[in-house]
Each structure stands twice: as C-alpha cells, then as structure tokens.
Design a protein around this ligand. Structure first.
Ligand code: R5P
Length: 288
C-alpha cells in the first residue's frame, strides 16, 4: 500500500501548498508559525508523529524563509519519506564563483537540505541541482504560462526573451503555442539597471509578451519594453515564473508601458495568476 501524503506548507507558500493538496486530494497539515520576542522563529506541525510521507512546499525568497524551511524539514524527521518542493529557490543566481573569493551561495544553501527528493521550478541555472545531496528535479512552468498566453486575445503575437539566458524558457512556451519568438541582448549595468540592445526584430504592429524566469527590480522588463516600443510594437505584456518584485518594481513596469504582468504562484504576489500546482502534483504522483 502506498504511504499517505501530507502536504506541509511553509510560511511563504501557503496558497500554492493549498492548491497542491487539493490537486492531490491529500491531507494538508496544520502548522503553527510564530516569532519569539528576540526575532527567532518557532514552528510546530500538529500531528507530525503520524505523518508517513511529507511533501514540504516552501519558496525561499528571504533568509527567514530559508530558516523556516530548515525548521519544517527538522519537524518532519519521523516521517518515512520527505520530499522538499522549493518552487522559488533564492540565491540560485549566485550559482558559481564570478570573482575570486566569492561564496557560491546556491551551493552553500542547497547543501543544508535533508530530503529524499527535491523539486524546484525553473531554477535559474540547472547546475544548481547538482548541489543538493538528494536527487533534484526542476519542473518547467513554460507550458502552463503558454496556456495562459493562448487564452489572451493577442494580435499577431510574439514572445520575446530579454536576454539569451531566458531563450529556452521562451522557446518552450512559444513552441507549445506555435508562435514566433526571439531574444534581446542584455548587458547588466548595476543591480537595478540594464542595457538592452534592440536586435533587428520585426515587432511592428504586433502584440509582444516579454518572458523571463525572474522579475526582481523590473529593470530588465522596463528596458525591454522601451526598446520594443521604439520598434513599433503594439501592446506589450510581461510574464515570468518567479515574481520576486522588489521595491517599486510593479510601478516601474506599468510606468514603462506594460499592459499586464502575469506570473506563477511560486511566489504569492498580486500578479501570481498562473498556478504551478498541477505541475507539482503531477511530478509527485509520477515519483510516488
Ligand atoms: C537574470 O539573469 C534573470 O534571468 C532576470 O533577468 C533578472 O533577475 C531580472 O532582474 P530585474 O527585474 O532586477 O532586472
């Protein structure tokens, strides 16, 4: 008989965990999160001793999300099997030593995860998967984003990656939809500013969807929108897997002329209108 699954929601992924539990028709554990007066976090899972197969779901966009994930894994130590789903894995962009003496942050953090199986969603660089001790599988949200784009009434649509790094994501969604795609050339000037070189790209009069893995400060998408406007694009939309959206990113995007921002629920934000719950549920069912 298969062990019964309990979904354990980390503090940062409550909506997504609820959706995965519903998709799998399984038990959603009751967790108490609180913070001590000195700022240390406390976590307790009710009925933890009865959990056979724990599936923990927690994105880690802040350091305290990471602490909470480690605490959740520890609280599940009596389960027979523990799968850890990290839909958005923070620090994945520091996936190698760019300059002498730097910490490879993604490696440092991945090495602390004790699990039987790890899942991520469109991790920034697939190399990071090898830093986990457990087998790690990266799930691809491009087809579900593609379905959302297909449901929009777009005029002669095209999907554009703001840099070469996002081309595989864009290719995967565009091929799913059977629409044109291309990529821009990006040079990062600072943490907030980028230079996008408008390659010769025929966007005149077309509706364009810019697609990236992460939108953080919004600088990349805002600058891409400016170049697309210069090239005569009709309407410009933005979509991403992980809406990190720091500071005034949403404002910056709308001010640049973006019509709509559509992201997945790997992070729970107001623009998280596309769910990856089905993707996660299917992956769990497949490996069960
Ligand atoms: C970088 O390589 C990523 O794929 C994104 O393009 C980047 O994180 C976006 O950052 P921002 O929104 O701050 O320009």
């Amino acid at each position: 008989m298969k062990a019964s699954i309990s979904i354990i929601s980390g503090s940062s992924s409550q909506a997504l965990a609820g959706r995965v539990a519903r998709a799998l028709g399984c038990h959603l554990a009751d967790i108490d999160f609180s913070t001590f007066p000195d700022g240390e976090r406390y976590l307790r899972i009710s009925g933890a001793a009865d959990i056979e197969y724990a599936v923990i779901i927690q994105s880690t966009s802040t350091d305290s999300d990471y602490i909470s994930l480690l605490q959740t894994i520890d609280a599940c130590d009596t389960a027979n099997r523990v799968d850890v789903v990290i839909p958005y894995f923070g620090y994945a962009r520091q996936d190698k030593r760019f300059k002498d003496g730097e910490a490879v942050s993604a490696r440092a953090l991945a090495g602390t995860i004790k699990a039987d199986q790890v899942y991520t969603v469109n991790i920034h660089n697939q190399n990071v998967l090898s830093y986990f001790d457990a087998p790690a599988t990266d799930l691809n949200a491009a087809p579900v984003i593609g379905e959302r784009i297909a449901a929009m009434e777009l005029d002669d649509p095209m999907i554009v990656a703001p840099d070469e790094g996002a081309i595989e994501l864009v290719r995967s969604a565009a091929e799913h939809l059977g629409v044109d795609f291309d990529y821009m050339e990006k040079t990062r000037l600072s943490g907030e500013d980028v230079l996008i070189k408008g390659k010769k790209m025929d966007v005149s009069g077309r509706d364009v969807v810019i697609m990236d893995d992460i939108i953080s400060t919004g600088g990349t998408i805002a600058e891409t929108t400016r170049v697309l406007d210069e090239n005569g694009a009709n309407r410009v939309f933005a979509t991403c897997v992980h809406p990190v959206l720091v500071r005034n990113a949403v404002l910056r995007l709308f001010a640049s002329g973006i019509e709509e921002i559509m992201a997945t629920d790997t992070l729970d934000k107001s623009v998280s209108v596309i769910s990856v719950a089905g993707l996660i549920a299917d992956a769990i069912k497949e490996k069960r």
